[in-house]
Design a protein around this ligand. Structure first.
Ligand SMILES: *Cc1c(COP(=O)(O)O)cnc(C)c1O
Length: 423
Protein backbone atom coordinates (compact mmCIF):
# COMPACT_ATOMS: atom_id res chain seq x y z
CA UNK A 1 0.00 0.00 0.00
CA UNK A 2 1.15 3.51 -0.74
CA UNK A 3 1.39 5.64 2.34
CA UNK A 4 -1.04 8.48 1.71
CA UNK A 5 0.51 10.50 4.53
CA UNK A 6 3.66 11.04 2.47
CA UNK A 7 3.71 14.55 1.04
CA UNK A 8 0.10 15.09 2.02
CA UNK A 9 0.77 18.82 2.00
CA UNK A 10 1.65 18.82 -1.65
CA UNK A 11 0.23 15.96 -3.63
CA UNK A 12 -2.60 14.20 -1.96
CA UNK A 13 -4.54 11.90 -4.28
CA UNK A 14 -7.60 12.47 -2.21
CA UNK A 15 -10.00 9.75 -3.20
CA UNK A 16 -12.21 10.47 -0.19
CA UNK A 17 -12.66 14.11 -1.15
CA UNK A 18 -13.34 13.04 -4.74
CA UNK A 19 -16.20 10.84 -3.52
CA UNK A 20 -17.69 13.12 -0.85
CA UNK A 21 -16.47 16.67 -1.33
CA UNK A 22 -15.40 18.27 1.92
CA UNK A 23 -16.65 16.03 4.73
CA UNK A 24 -16.76 18.95 7.19
CA UNK A 25 -19.08 21.02 5.06
CA UNK A 26 -21.28 18.18 3.82
CA UNK A 27 -24.98 19.07 4.02
CA UNK A 28 -27.84 16.65 3.43
CA UNK A 29 -29.60 16.99 0.07
CA UNK A 30 -33.37 17.65 -0.09
CA UNK A 31 -35.22 14.48 1.01
CA UNK A 32 -31.79 13.19 2.02
CA UNK A 33 -31.16 12.07 -1.54
CA UNK A 34 -27.68 10.60 -1.68
CA UNK A 35 -26.82 12.19 -5.04
CA UNK A 36 -26.97 15.88 -5.89
CA UNK A 37 -30.36 16.73 -7.44
CA UNK A 38 -30.37 18.28 -10.92
CA UNK A 39 -32.07 21.66 -10.51
CA UNK A 40 -33.38 22.03 -14.04
CA UNK A 41 -34.65 25.59 -13.83
CA UNK A 42 -33.97 28.85 -15.65
CA UNK A 43 -35.24 31.11 -12.89
CA UNK A 44 -36.31 31.18 -9.22
CA UNK A 45 -39.49 32.56 -7.69
CA UNK A 46 -40.30 34.96 -4.83
CA UNK A 47 -43.36 34.67 -2.55
CA UNK A 48 -44.07 38.38 -2.69
CA UNK A 49 -42.51 41.78 -3.35
CA UNK A 50 -41.41 42.17 0.25
CA UNK A 51 -39.32 38.96 -0.09
CA UNK A 52 -37.80 40.20 -3.35
CA UNK A 53 -36.83 43.50 -1.70
CA UNK A 54 -35.39 41.65 1.30
CA UNK A 55 -33.40 39.48 -1.12
CA UNK A 56 -32.10 42.54 -2.99
CA UNK A 57 -30.93 44.00 0.32
CA UNK A 58 -29.12 40.78 1.21
CA UNK A 59 -31.45 40.05 4.15
CA UNK A 60 -33.12 36.97 2.72
CA UNK A 61 -31.32 33.66 2.11
CA UNK A 62 -28.12 35.68 1.84
CA UNK A 63 -24.53 34.51 1.87
CA UNK A 64 -22.35 33.29 -0.93
CA UNK A 65 -24.27 30.05 -1.39
CA UNK A 66 -27.70 31.47 -0.70
CA UNK A 67 -30.49 31.67 -3.20
CA UNK A 68 -30.24 33.17 -6.64
CA UNK A 69 -32.69 35.18 -8.73
CA UNK A 70 -31.83 33.88 -12.20
CA UNK A 71 -29.97 30.81 -13.47
CA UNK A 72 -27.17 32.67 -15.29
CA UNK A 73 -26.06 33.82 -11.83
CA UNK A 74 -26.08 30.37 -10.30
CA UNK A 75 -27.66 26.96 -9.87
CA UNK A 76 -27.68 24.69 -6.77
CA UNK A 77 -26.41 21.65 -8.72
CA UNK A 78 -23.56 23.70 -10.16
CA UNK A 79 -22.76 25.19 -6.75
CA UNK A 80 -22.52 21.72 -5.20
CA UNK A 81 -20.04 20.61 -7.85
CA UNK A 82 -18.05 23.84 -7.47
CA UNK A 83 -17.71 23.16 -3.74
CA UNK A 84 -16.47 19.64 -4.42
CA UNK A 85 -13.93 20.90 -6.95
CA UNK A 86 -12.66 23.59 -4.57
CA UNK A 87 -12.27 20.92 -1.87
CA UNK A 88 -10.34 18.66 -4.26
CA UNK A 89 -7.93 21.30 -5.46
CA UNK A 90 -7.59 23.45 -2.34
CA UNK A 91 -9.37 21.65 0.51
CA UNK A 92 -6.48 21.45 2.99
CA UNK A 93 -5.00 24.89 2.29
CA UNK A 94 -5.27 27.77 4.74
CA UNK A 95 -7.46 30.60 3.47
CA UNK A 96 -10.68 30.57 1.57
CA UNK A 97 -10.80 29.05 -1.89
CA UNK A 98 -13.64 28.67 -4.35
CA UNK A 99 -14.26 27.18 -7.78
CA UNK A 100 -16.15 28.46 -10.82
CA UNK A 101 -17.56 26.10 -13.43
CA UNK A 102 -17.79 26.84 -17.15
CA UNK A 103 -19.44 24.94 -20.01
CA UNK A 104 -16.02 24.05 -21.55
CA UNK A 105 -12.36 24.35 -20.72
CA UNK A 106 -11.99 27.03 -23.38
CA UNK A 107 -14.76 29.19 -21.85
CA UNK A 108 -12.78 29.06 -18.60
CA UNK A 109 -9.61 30.19 -20.40
CA UNK A 110 -11.25 32.94 -22.47
CA UNK A 111 -13.46 34.31 -19.65
CA UNK A 112 -10.53 34.53 -17.28
CA UNK A 113 -8.20 36.25 -19.75
CA UNK A 114 -10.92 38.69 -20.85
CA UNK A 115 -11.83 39.44 -17.24
CA UNK A 116 -8.33 40.08 -15.93
CA UNK A 117 -6.53 41.73 -18.87
CA UNK A 118 -7.26 45.39 -19.65
CA UNK A 119 -6.37 46.95 -23.02
CA UNK A 120 -2.70 47.82 -23.07
CA UNK A 121 -1.73 44.99 -20.76
CA UNK A 122 0.52 42.04 -21.49
CA UNK A 123 0.27 38.28 -21.04
CA UNK A 124 3.12 35.76 -21.15
CA UNK A 125 2.46 32.16 -22.03
CA UNK A 126 4.68 29.14 -22.46
CA UNK A 127 4.97 27.31 -25.77
CA UNK A 128 3.78 23.72 -26.26
CA UNK A 129 0.48 24.72 -24.67
CA UNK A 130 -3.09 24.06 -25.79
CA UNK A 131 -3.26 25.36 -29.33
CA UNK A 132 -6.60 27.15 -29.05
CA UNK A 133 -5.40 29.02 -25.96
CA UNK A 134 -2.38 30.27 -27.87
CA UNK A 135 -4.54 31.19 -30.84
CA UNK A 136 -6.94 33.11 -28.59
CA UNK A 137 -4.06 35.13 -27.15
CA UNK A 138 -2.55 35.82 -30.57
CA UNK A 139 -5.78 36.77 -32.35
CA UNK A 140 -8.58 37.95 -30.02
CA UNK A 141 -6.43 39.48 -27.32
CA UNK A 142 -4.21 41.16 -29.89
CA UNK A 143 -7.30 42.73 -31.46
CA UNK A 144 -8.22 44.14 -28.06
CA UNK A 145 -4.80 45.78 -27.77
CA UNK A 146 -3.35 43.19 -25.41
CA UNK A 147 0.26 42.20 -26.00
CA UNK A 148 1.43 38.60 -25.79
CA UNK A 149 4.82 36.95 -25.42
CA UNK A 150 5.51 33.27 -25.93
CA UNK A 151 8.47 31.84 -24.03
CA UNK A 152 9.99 28.37 -24.34
CA UNK A 153 8.79 25.98 -21.66
CA UNK A 154 11.56 25.35 -19.14
CA UNK A 155 13.51 28.56 -19.92
CA UNK A 156 13.10 30.57 -16.71
CA UNK A 157 15.58 33.28 -17.73
CA UNK A 158 13.48 33.92 -20.82
CA UNK A 159 10.37 34.01 -18.63
CA UNK A 160 11.89 36.60 -16.26
CA UNK A 161 13.16 38.67 -19.21
CA UNK A 162 9.75 38.65 -20.92
CA UNK A 163 8.15 40.54 -18.02
CA UNK A 164 7.20 44.14 -18.85
CA UNK A 165 5.75 46.90 -16.66
CA UNK A 166 2.29 46.09 -18.13
CA UNK A 167 2.48 42.30 -17.61
CA UNK A 168 -0.59 41.06 -15.74
CA UNK A 169 -0.63 37.30 -16.34
CA UNK A 170 1.85 34.46 -16.66
CA UNK A 171 -0.08 31.57 -18.17
CA UNK A 172 1.51 28.16 -18.11
CA UNK A 173 0.38 24.62 -18.60
CA UNK A 174 1.73 21.55 -16.88
CA UNK A 175 2.15 18.88 -18.07
CA UNK A 176 1.93 20.26 -21.60
CA UNK A 177 0.36 18.84 -24.70
CA UNK A 178 1.76 16.80 -26.42
CA UNK A 179 5.35 16.71 -25.06
CA UNK A 180 4.34 16.49 -21.38
CA UNK A 181 6.74 19.25 -20.34
CA UNK A 182 6.47 20.05 -16.63
CA UNK A 183 6.77 23.62 -15.31
CA UNK A 184 8.85 24.27 -12.20
CA UNK A 185 6.03 25.92 -10.26
CA UNK A 186 8.25 27.27 -7.49
CA UNK A 187 10.35 29.10 -10.08
CA UNK A 188 7.33 30.44 -11.96
CA UNK A 189 5.81 31.80 -8.73
CA UNK A 190 9.14 33.27 -7.55
CA UNK A 191 9.57 35.14 -10.85
CA UNK A 192 5.99 36.43 -10.82
CA UNK A 193 6.13 37.52 -7.16
CA UNK A 194 8.93 39.98 -7.91
CA UNK A 195 6.31 42.05 -9.69
CA UNK A 196 3.25 43.24 -7.83
CA UNK A 197 0.44 42.88 -10.29
CA UNK A 198 1.18 39.61 -12.04
CA UNK A 199 -1.20 36.70 -11.59
CA UNK A 200 0.03 33.18 -12.27
CA UNK A 201 -2.40 30.85 -14.00
CA UNK A 202 -1.87 27.21 -14.82
CA UNK A 203 -3.85 24.91 -17.04
CA UNK A 204 -3.40 21.67 -15.08
CA UNK A 205 -5.80 19.52 -17.10
CA UNK A 206 -3.19 16.82 -17.80
CA UNK A 207 -2.24 16.48 -14.12
CA UNK A 208 -5.49 16.65 -12.10
CA UNK A 209 -5.22 17.35 -8.33
CA UNK A 210 -4.55 13.65 -7.87
CA UNK A 211 -1.08 14.15 -9.34
CA UNK A 212 -0.27 17.83 -8.78
CA UNK A 213 -1.49 20.66 -6.55
CA UNK A 214 -0.38 23.99 -8.07
CA UNK A 215 -2.12 26.16 -5.44
CA UNK A 216 0.22 24.77 -2.78
CA UNK A 217 3.10 26.43 -4.67
CA UNK A 218 1.37 29.81 -4.67
CA UNK A 219 -0.08 29.67 -8.20
CA UNK A 220 -3.06 32.06 -8.20
CA UNK A 221 -5.50 30.22 -10.42
CA UNK A 222 -5.77 26.62 -11.61
CA UNK A 223 -7.77 25.83 -14.74
CA UNK A 224 -8.93 22.40 -15.87
CA UNK A 225 -10.81 21.20 -18.89
CA UNK A 226 -13.41 19.14 -17.02
CA UNK A 227 -14.07 17.39 -20.33
CA UNK A 228 -10.99 15.27 -19.72
CA UNK A 229 -10.07 13.44 -16.48
CA UNK A 230 -12.62 15.16 -14.22
CA UNK A 231 -15.70 13.91 -16.05
CA UNK A 232 -13.68 10.93 -17.24
CA UNK A 233 -16.20 9.27 -19.54
CA UNK A 234 -15.87 11.16 -22.84
CA UNK A 235 -19.53 12.16 -22.57
CA UNK A 236 -19.67 15.75 -21.30
CA UNK A 237 -17.86 19.06 -21.68
CA UNK A 238 -16.93 21.30 -18.76
CA UNK A 239 -14.29 23.73 -17.53
CA UNK A 240 -13.35 24.98 -14.10
CA UNK A 241 -11.17 27.59 -12.41
CA UNK A 242 -10.11 27.27 -8.77
CA UNK A 243 -8.46 30.00 -6.74
CA UNK A 244 -8.74 32.37 -3.82
CA UNK A 245 -12.41 33.21 -3.12
CA UNK A 246 -12.11 36.95 -3.86
CA UNK A 247 -10.66 36.33 -7.30
CA UNK A 248 -13.27 33.67 -8.07
CA UNK A 249 -16.01 36.07 -6.96
CA UNK A 250 -14.75 38.69 -9.43
CA UNK A 251 -14.64 36.08 -12.22
CA UNK A 252 -18.19 35.01 -11.32
CA UNK A 253 -19.36 38.60 -11.79
CA UNK A 254 -17.76 38.63 -15.27
CA UNK A 255 -19.33 35.27 -16.08
CA UNK A 256 -22.74 36.77 -15.31
CA UNK A 257 -22.08 39.27 -18.12
CA UNK A 258 -20.22 37.07 -20.59
CA UNK A 259 -22.87 34.42 -20.10
CA UNK A 260 -20.97 31.17 -20.45
CA UNK A 261 -22.54 28.98 -17.75
CA UNK A 262 -22.60 25.21 -17.50
CA UNK A 263 -25.86 23.30 -17.82
CA UNK A 264 -26.95 21.62 -14.56
CA UNK A 265 -27.17 18.21 -16.20
CA UNK A 266 -23.58 18.55 -17.46
CA UNK A 267 -22.56 19.59 -13.94
CA UNK A 268 -24.26 16.48 -12.55
CA UNK A 269 -22.38 14.23 -15.00
CA UNK A 270 -19.15 15.96 -14.06
CA UNK A 271 -19.80 15.28 -10.36
CA UNK A 272 -20.61 11.65 -11.12
CA UNK A 273 -17.27 11.36 -12.91
CA UNK A 274 -15.39 13.08 -10.09
CA UNK A 275 -16.35 10.36 -7.63
CA UNK A 276 -14.03 7.90 -9.40
CA UNK A 277 -11.32 10.43 -10.30
CA UNK A 278 -8.65 9.14 -7.93
CA UNK A 279 -9.19 5.49 -8.89
CA UNK A 280 -9.11 6.22 -12.59
CA UNK A 281 -6.06 8.48 -12.47
CA UNK A 282 -4.09 6.02 -10.35
CA UNK A 283 -4.81 3.28 -12.88
CA UNK A 284 -3.95 5.58 -15.79
CA UNK A 285 -0.67 6.63 -14.09
CA UNK A 286 0.25 2.98 -13.64
CA UNK A 287 -0.55 1.94 -17.21
CA UNK A 288 1.12 4.99 -18.75
CA UNK A 289 4.37 4.36 -16.87
CA UNK A 290 4.46 0.77 -18.11
CA UNK A 291 3.53 1.74 -21.65
CA UNK A 292 6.26 4.42 -21.67
CA UNK A 293 8.86 1.92 -20.44
CA UNK A 294 7.73 -0.68 -22.98
CA UNK A 295 7.87 1.79 -25.87
CA UNK A 296 11.24 3.19 -24.85
CA UNK A 297 12.97 -0.16 -25.36
CA UNK A 298 11.14 -1.02 -28.60
CA UNK A 299 13.17 -0.83 -31.86
CA UNK A 300 10.19 0.57 -33.82
CA UNK A 301 10.12 3.66 -31.56
CA UNK A 302 12.66 6.49 -31.78
CA UNK A 303 11.75 8.49 -28.72
CA UNK A 304 9.21 8.47 -25.90
CA UNK A 305 7.95 11.59 -24.11
CA UNK A 306 6.72 10.79 -20.60
CA UNK A 307 7.73 12.65 -17.41
CA UNK A 308 7.96 9.36 -15.54
CA UNK A 309 10.95 8.33 -17.67
CA UNK A 310 14.48 9.39 -16.68
CA UNK A 311 15.00 10.37 -20.34
CA UNK A 312 12.33 13.11 -20.19
CA UNK A 313 13.81 16.65 -19.89
CA UNK A 314 11.59 17.41 -16.87
CA UNK A 315 11.83 14.09 -15.05
CA UNK A 316 13.62 15.64 -12.05
CA UNK A 317 11.13 18.45 -11.44
CA UNK A 318 8.18 16.16 -12.19
CA UNK A 319 9.42 13.68 -9.58
CA UNK A 320 9.57 16.43 -6.96
CA UNK A 321 6.33 18.09 -7.84
CA UNK A 322 4.01 15.32 -8.94
CA UNK A 323 2.64 12.28 -7.25
CA UNK A 324 2.04 10.49 -10.53
CA UNK A 325 2.94 11.41 -14.09
CA UNK A 326 -0.45 11.19 -15.77
CA UNK A 327 -2.12 9.05 -18.40
CA UNK A 328 -0.76 10.51 -21.64
CA UNK A 329 2.32 9.11 -23.39
CA UNK A 330 3.66 10.66 -26.61
CA UNK A 331 6.13 8.83 -28.84
CA UNK A 332 7.97 9.21 -32.13
CA UNK A 333 7.73 6.22 -34.44
CA UNK A 334 10.95 5.18 -36.22
CA UNK A 335 10.80 6.20 -39.88
CA UNK A 336 12.24 3.68 -42.39
CA UNK A 337 14.45 5.27 -45.09
CA UNK A 338 12.41 6.94 -47.79
CA UNK A 339 9.11 6.82 -45.91
CA UNK A 340 6.92 9.82 -45.13
CA UNK A 341 6.93 10.16 -41.31
CA UNK A 342 3.17 10.77 -41.33
CA UNK A 343 2.73 7.28 -42.79
CA UNK A 344 5.09 5.58 -40.32
CA UNK A 345 3.10 6.93 -37.39
CA UNK A 346 -0.23 6.25 -39.08
CA UNK A 347 0.65 2.56 -39.40
CA UNK A 348 0.97 2.29 -35.62
CA UNK A 349 -2.24 4.25 -35.02
CA UNK A 350 -4.10 2.01 -37.46
CA UNK A 351 -2.66 -1.24 -36.11
CA UNK A 352 -3.70 -0.90 -32.46
CA UNK A 353 -7.10 -2.36 -31.63
CA UNK A 354 -8.01 -1.03 -28.18
CA UNK A 355 -7.70 2.77 -28.54
CA UNK A 356 -10.13 4.72 -30.67
CA UNK A 357 -8.68 7.27 -33.09
CA UNK A 358 -10.03 10.46 -31.56
CA UNK A 359 -9.11 13.85 -30.09
CA UNK A 360 -9.38 14.32 -26.29
CA UNK A 361 -7.94 12.40 -23.36
CA UNK A 362 -8.64 11.49 -19.78
CA UNK A 363 -11.65 9.26 -20.31
CA UNK A 364 -12.12 5.59 -19.50
CA UNK A 365 -11.54 4.65 -23.17
CA UNK A 366 -7.99 4.82 -24.53
CA UNK A 367 -7.66 7.29 -27.41
CA UNK A 368 -4.84 7.63 -29.89
CA UNK A 369 -3.97 10.28 -32.47
CA UNK A 370 -1.23 11.94 -34.51
CA UNK A 371 -1.15 15.64 -33.56
CA UNK A 372 0.10 16.42 -37.11
CA UNK A 373 -3.11 14.99 -38.57
CA UNK A 374 -5.57 15.85 -35.77
CA UNK A 375 -4.82 19.37 -34.47
CA UNK A 376 -2.19 20.68 -36.92
CA UNK A 377 -3.46 19.21 -40.20
CA UNK A 378 -3.90 22.51 -42.06
CA UNK A 379 -0.21 23.36 -41.62
CA UNK A 380 2.63 22.22 -43.86
CA UNK A 381 5.27 19.82 -42.57
CA UNK A 382 7.67 22.78 -42.58
CA UNK A 383 5.32 24.96 -40.49
CA UNK A 384 4.77 22.11 -38.07
CA UNK A 385 8.52 21.60 -37.78
CA UNK A 386 9.07 25.26 -36.79
CA UNK A 387 6.42 24.77 -34.08
CA UNK A 388 8.22 21.66 -32.89
CA UNK A 389 5.34 19.40 -33.93
CA UNK A 390 6.83 16.27 -35.46
CA UNK A 391 5.03 14.32 -38.17
CA UNK A 392 5.98 10.92 -36.70
CA UNK A 393 4.63 11.84 -33.25
CA UNK A 394 1.75 9.84 -31.75
CA UNK A 395 -0.19 10.88 -28.65
CA UNK A 396 -1.63 7.98 -26.68
CA UNK A 397 -4.17 8.97 -24.01
CA UNK A 398 -4.51 5.89 -21.87
CA UNK A 399 -7.86 4.78 -20.52
CA UNK A 400 -8.69 2.40 -17.70
CA UNK A 401 -8.50 -0.86 -19.64
CA UNK A 402 -6.27 -3.54 -18.08
CA UNK A 403 -2.60 -2.57 -18.33
CA UNK A 404 -1.69 -6.02 -19.68
CA UNK A 405 -4.24 -5.69 -22.49
CA UNK A 406 -2.94 -2.27 -23.50
CA UNK A 407 0.65 -3.56 -23.51
CA UNK A 408 -0.26 -6.67 -25.51
CA UNK A 409 -2.15 -4.55 -28.03
CA UNK A 410 0.80 -2.20 -28.52
CA UNK A 411 3.17 -5.16 -28.80
CA UNK A 412 1.14 -6.77 -31.60
CA UNK A 413 0.79 -3.43 -33.42
CA UNK A 414 4.51 -2.64 -33.23
CA UNK A 415 5.49 -6.15 -34.20
CA UNK A 416 3.38 -5.79 -37.33
CA UNK A 417 4.77 -2.33 -38.12
CA UNK A 418 8.36 -3.27 -37.41
CA UNK A 419 8.30 -6.45 -39.50
CA UNK A 420 6.47 -4.68 -42.35
CA UNK A 421 8.89 -1.75 -42.40
CA UNK A 422 12.04 -3.90 -42.32
CA UNK A 423 10.96 -5.89 -45.41
C1 LIG B 1 -9.08 20.01 -23.84
C2 LIG B 1 -8.19 21.03 -23.26
C3 LIG B 1 -8.59 22.37 -23.17
C4 LIG B 1 -9.91 22.86 -23.70
O1 LIG B 1 -10.97 22.30 -23.00
P1 LIG B 1 -12.42 22.06 -23.65
O2 LIG B 1 -13.19 21.47 -22.53
O3 LIG B 1 -12.22 21.15 -24.81
O4 LIG B 1 -12.90 23.40 -24.08
C5 LIG B 1 -7.72 23.27 -22.59
N1 LIG B 1 -6.52 22.88 -22.13
C6 LIG B 1 -6.10 21.62 -22.20
C7 LIG B 1 -4.77 21.25 -21.66
C8 LIG B 1 -6.91 20.64 -22.76
O5 LIG B 1 -6.50 19.38 -22.85
Amino acid sequence: MENLKVRQDVNLPNGTTAVHGHLHTRQPNPNHALTTPIWQTATYTFENTADLIAYQEGKLWGGTNGRIEYARYGNPTVQAVEKRLAALEAGDLPGHYDALLFPTGMTAVTNILLSILPTGSHVIFTDDSYRKTRQFCQTFLKRLGIETSEVPMGDYDALAKAIQPNTRIILTESPTNPYLRVADLEKVVAIAKQHKRIKTIIDATFATPVNQRPLTYGIDLVIHSGTKYFSGHNDVMAGVAIGEAGLIHALRQSQGMLGGVIDPHAAYLLERGLKTLALRVQQQNRSAQQVAEFLEQHPAIDRVWYPGLASHPDHAIASQQMRGFGGVVSFEVAVPPGENPLDSAARVVDAVRIPYIAASLGGVESLIEQPAIMSYYELSTEERRTMGMKDNLVRFAIGIEETEDILADLAQALEYVHVASSQ
